[in-house]
Design a protein around this ligand. Structure first.
Ligand code: URA
Length: 229
């Protein structure tokens, strides 16, 4: 990576600030003052005014999405969940797997495109679990129906086997391994029911931390990040 890009990515400088710092002779590479930003940095030690620049690790976040926030980076349809994060960390982040505006629960946010691909890719076996509240009483027949696959409106083929646990009369936990548009709502609609509220509890091995209130967030631990590798 070029030195000027290395500085802007890791030393919290804009390209312009990096250029000025180079010009002021604030930057050394392996102890030698460097005034131009086009040299390649491959493991050398870069200092700014004598302070070592460490390589910034990508950001990985779990957020408890409230209703009425949208899971897109820019939106005309309400505030983005990214606005729940401090402004100084928002730059370059994207959402790994969207929820509808009226769905609550676990949302993952990162700047690591390969990692989010693993979370969302239709080929990954990353399951998602939802707590679902419906309008009509749930019958136990649905367990087998959802396991065998449901024909969704305007889709070719059945949904992949899904695990339904009936929690109470009108509440169930549904675990799916696909992410079709409005999938959970459409699965219940296909069996003549209607989803009243939807809350994502889990993605892969990662469960929404119960100490995170609606609208709050925290960084993932290295074990949590690695659970998707
Ligand atoms: N399925 C839905 O219908 N909506 C969501 O937000 C997530 C899954």
């Amino acid at each position: 990576m070029r030195l000027d890009r290395f500085l802007s990515e890791n030393a919290n400088m804009s390209r312009k600030e990096a250029k000025r710092a180079l010009h002021r002779e604030d930057i050394t590479v392996d102890g030698v003052v460097v005034k131009k930003g086009d040299g390649k940095i491959i493991g050398q030690q870069v200092h700014v005014n004598g302070v070592l620049v460490t390589i910034r690790q990508p950001v990985y976040i779990m957020l408890h999405k409230p209703v009425d926030y949208v899971c897109s980076t820019v939106s005309d349809d309400g505030e983005s969940v990214l606005e729940l994060l401090p402004e100084e960390i928002r730059k370059g982040l994207h959402i790994a797997g969207r929820l509808d505006k009226d769905t609550t629960g676990l949302v993952l946010i990162t700047e690591d495109g390969q990692w989010s691909h693993r979370v969302t890719s239709p080929n990954s076996v990353c399951q998602k679990s939802y707590l679902v509240t419906v309008d009509e009483t749930l019958s136990t027949d649905l367990i087998e129906q959802f396991n065998s696959g449901i024909q969704l409106n305007s889709e070719h083929g059945l949904t992949k086997p899904a695990k339904l646990e009936i929690v109470s009369d009108k509440i169930a936990r549904l675990t799916i391994s696909e992410g079709k548009y409005h999938q959970v709502k459409r699965m219940f609609a296909a069996v003549g029911n209607h989803v009243v509220s939807l809350h994502r509890e889990q993605i892969g091995q990662l469960v929404l931390d119960s100490s995170i209130e609606s609208g709050q967030w925290r960084y993932l631990t290295s074990e949590e990040i690695a659970s998707f590798l």
